[in-house]
Design a binder for this molecule. Structure first.
Ligand SMILES: [Zn+2]
Ligand SMILES: [Zn+2]
Length: 480
């Protein structure tokens, strides 16, 4: 090593910041341009093409089309060492009444991901200026589909084999796109007053698509021949609501259901109803408990009406906990960048992110910056300060990477060692894809309940329902 001490780390940081400032107007334009051209998950073709154009300009070798639209570049340092990934999420939500919604698709950047793409490119510009002083590699990854929207469209792709999972980082993990990455970071925008908040955690979440099947009949002349699937679904919703006060406050459980299909016409008894339920909780154990409530409620609706229920369960996001060493690093650099009063401590958030999936297999950092107004995921949410949302996060991430990879990558090795000490047996040398597969095992699956055949009242508690995969996970995951 060339003996770069802290004084020269400070010089590297200034050089990176100056490089980013040199592209100030173009980076702000990029954030604004992407904001005005929102695209939903796994369909971010224009946004991905913009990223590829930047990687080409910066002469970074890259792969595209990862999990349909992901783009991944690699910047090698002067020596081999750990690889730090800087991420930018590509996707928008579906909010047709958002002021900047695409009039044709209804897509809208109501979570500010456009700014993340600009901050990732900005970090690449900053780090390119100091790469000959880094003892490890930086991967720049534009990741598709963080948001859970258009799930049926995605399920069609999963069934056809084009995707493995419904959200981007999960799919990338399963495909091995993070097998050559040791730790990862992104900066997310928010509407909060603080310029930076560091160390927040997020709920994990599970999606259940519950299809109730009954029997149609004339609603006027022979309703007694029918089995009303809509009523079964309504009872399931009531059964979920009846159990809300059994959820512990500290588990931050959220259960939200919509009824995308409740019948075709009021003149016929509905023979099919479809419920889509998102279940969230702070730990995997709490998530399992809340899933069991929803499964019982689905079964109760089917039993009461003599209908059938098919529950398709998909683990959507693992609970998200940031790495303490990376959090300390972001706090120190955020304080240097914004001043001590501008950095807020982390909180637990009821929302979810697929950064949780990544955080289950490697150290991750996910601070929130300001720069937006309104509530995330609402028609009011708008990034209005692209300097705070895109430019300053680029500097923050570049500085964190310099701290991790300068001086023989001592910072990165220390982060990995501290994580290994906290999680005995991990990472155990196996690729991220394999370890991630183990964590998911037992969550995804299909369960069938046949209300017409339910005999739990007459016998010893056993029933004929069939299950393929269960909502059980492996022991000990609740500590993640
Ligand atoms: Zn979001
Ligand atoms: Zn987001």
């Amino acid at each position: 090593m060339s003996g770069t001490g802290s004084a020269s780390v400070a010089r590297l940081k200034e050089r990176a910041r100056a490089a980013i400032e040199g592209y100030r107007e173009r980076l702000l334009d990029l954030s604004e341009d992407l904001q005005r051209h929102p695209e939903t998950g796994f369909r971010e073709h224009r946004t991905a093409a913009k990223v590829a154009g930047w990687f080409t300009e910066l002469e970074l070798p890259f792969e595209s089309g990862l999990s349909l639209t992901g783009v991944k570049a690699r910047m090698s340092g002067r020596t081999q060492g750990p690889t730090v990934a800087v991420l930018g999420e590509l996707d928008a939500l579906v909010l047709p009444r958002h002021p900047l919604a695409d009039p044709e698709t209804g897509a809208a950047h109501a979570c500010g991901h456009h700014a993340q793409v600009a901050s990732m490119i900005g970090a690449a510009i900053g780090l390119a200026a100091v790469r000959q002083h880094l003892d490890g590699d930086v991967a720049f990854l534009a990741v598709p589909a963080e948001e859970s929207v258009e799930l049926e469209w995605r399920r069609t792709r999963v069934r056809a084999g084009g995707l493995t999972h419904l959200v981007g980082k999960a799919d990338l993990l399963a495909r091995g796109a993070f097998d050559d990455v040791d730790m990862a970071m992104l900066v997310h925008t928010s509407g909060q007053p603080a310029r930076l908040s560091v160390g927040d955690s997020h709920n994990g979440s599970v999606v259940k698509r519950i299809v109730f099947t009954g029997r149609s009949s004339h609603a006027g002349s022979s309703p007694w021949h029918g089995v009303n699937a809509l009523k079964a679904a309504m009872l399931a919703i009531s059964a979920i609501d009846a159990q809300r006060d059994t959820f512990r406050d500290e588990d931050a459980v959220r259960v939200n259901a919509v009824l995308p299909h409740g019948g075709d016409a009021p003149t016929a008894v509905p023979d099919r109803a479809e419920l889509e339920v998102v279940i969230r909780a702070r730990t995997l154990d709490a998530l399992r408990g809340a899933c069991a409530v929803v499964d019982r409620a689905a079964r109760a609706g089917a039993v009461a009406l003599g209908a059938r229920a098919t529950v398709e369960t998909t683990l959507n996001y693992l609970p998200h906990h940031q790495d303490p060493a990376l959090t300390e690093l972001a706090r120190a650099n955020g304080t240097a960048l914004f001043g001590p009063d501008a950095v807020a401590p982390g909180r637990h958030l009821g929302a979810s992110t697929d950064m949780g999936d990544l955080g289950a297999v490697m150290p991750v950092l996910h601070p929130f910056t300001g720069g937006a107004t309104g509530d995330a995921h609402s028609v009011d949410y708008l990034v209005t300060d692209h300097v705070l949302a895109a430019l300053e996060p680029a500097v923050l991430m570049a500085w964190c990477v310099i701290d991790l990879l300068a001086d023989g990558a001592a910072g990165a090795y220390d982060t990995l060692a501290r994580r290994a000490a906290r999680t005995p047996g991990e990472p155990d040398g196996r690729p991220a894809a394999e370890r991630y597969g183990d964590l998911r095992a037992g969550f995804d699956g299909l369960t069938h309940y046949d209300g017409a055949r339910d005999d739990t009242g007459r016998h010893d508690g056993t029933h004929d329902d069939t299950t393929h995969g269960t909502a059980r996970g492996t022991e000990g995951e609740g500590e993640l």
